[in-house]
Design a protein around this ligand. Structure first.
Ligand SMILES: [Mn+2]
Length: 353
């Protein structure tokens, strides 16, 4: 039996034919849709709208208010609050092809494989869509979609109107911007930057987009950032930092855990730093730890901290440069444990003291 390979098994021409001849389309993406997922759904919905094809976008799980505000005009079905309905002759799956990211609708999709087309930029996925295009050279799924929209004969400016709706170009920019750290990460090369230029020329307003998507914190987050930063203790010749936030910090600022995302990254701008940890008290005797590390100074260098391994020492895990774990006990207990583990890991990785 040959092993399934997640790669392109169709052509732009074939997918465009399916899209333009559909009577009604269901659009969906991965659970907890991010900027690229929402941007990709919006691109497909608006392009179909330009051709007079009705569509319904299914959003699985929680969606940030900031992202939802980009698509007030789209027909949206929220899952699992509502069930998917069998009213469409074509299903378009964007920014994923993995069953693990589609659990609430997996059963529905399994019975309809031949009606599904997939457009994605991830290296791994499953046999969800009968026909698919997977382009891992693209920084975002919205980047993969642009040639399809072009082949559909729809202008990237479509969708913008006097109510300042977001155009196809802006939806594309939301995906490309958020998935590439606003053009900073390795996944944004010459093609991504060329596309960004084209999107700006097509009217994508990046001031408006960054304001809606990035600059929308509540003051409570900044208050918590202040507390986390003032708790910072540097060690290992300023190569490591550990910060902590207590239940009392939450109480006196009124912040909620969901709005702390990314706080652990703050100290990463320090030149000497290799690893940053934020310990958050979740219950009187329980903490959550977030770990971040920097990639090696030059590509291929082996001198860096694998925080996936570090988190594993505490029963957690994640990725090489971003991981998490939970631990019983007090903040101070967790601090002592983590500091010792970091010093050991830095030595093992070859950082000289
Ligand atoms: Mn993506």
């Amino acid at each position: 039996m040959s092993e399934f390979e997640y790669r392109t098994n169709s052509t732009i021409r074939s997918l465009v034919e399916r899209l333009t001849s559909a009577r009604s389309v269901m659009i969906l993406s991965h659970e907890k849709p991010d900027g690229d997922a929402i941007g990709s759904c919006a691109m497909v919905a608006r392009a179909l709208d330009a051709l007079g094809v009705p569509s319904e976008t299914c959003l699985i799980g929680a969606v940030a208010d900031s992202l939802r505000s980009l698509i007030p005009d789209l027909a949206v079905r929220d899952i699992p609050a509502e069930e998917p309905v069998d009213a469409h002759d074509l299903i378009v799956l964007v920014d994923t092809g993995a069953w693990t990211q589609l659990a609430p609708v997996a059963e529905f999709l399994r019975e309809r494989r031949d009606r599904i087309i997939g457009i994605d930029h991830h290296a791994r996925g499953d046999d969800v869509a009968g026909e698919r295009i997977v382009d891992t050279s693209c920084g975002s799924c919205t980047q993969v979609l642009v040639p399809l929209i072009d082949a559909m004969g729809v202008s990237l400016t479509h969708g913008a109107d006097e109510n300042r709706r977001f155009s196809i170009a802006e939806a594309a920019m939301v995906g490309l911007g958020t998935d590439t750290g606003w053009f900073r990460y390795d996944n944004c090369g010459a093609e991504g930057l060329k596309l960004a230029a084209r999107l700006v020329e097509a009217g994508a307003d990046k001031n408006r987009l960054t304001r809606v998507i990035e600059d929308n914190d509540r003051p409570q987050r900044i208050m918590m950032a202040g507390r986390a930063l003032s708790s910072a203790r540097f060690a290992d010749d300023d190569r490591s930092v550990v910060m902590s936030l207590s239940l009392e910090d939450f109480e006196s600022t009124g912040a909620v855990a969901e709005e702390l995302a990314g706080l652990v990254n703050h100290p990463m701008s320090i030149g000497s730093l290799e690893v940053s940890v934020l310990i958050t008290q979740t219950e009187t005797d329980r903490v959550k730890m977030s770990f971040r590390s920097k990639p090696p100074k030059t590509r291929g260098d082996t001198c860096f901290i694998d925080v996936n391994e570090l988190a594993a020492e505490f029963g957690g895990g994640g990725h090489i440069h971003a991981a998490g774990a939970r631990l019983d006990g007090s903040l101070e207990h967790a601090r002592a444990q983590v500091c010792a583990a970091i010093t050991k890991a830095l030595q093992a990785a070859g950082f000289s003291s």
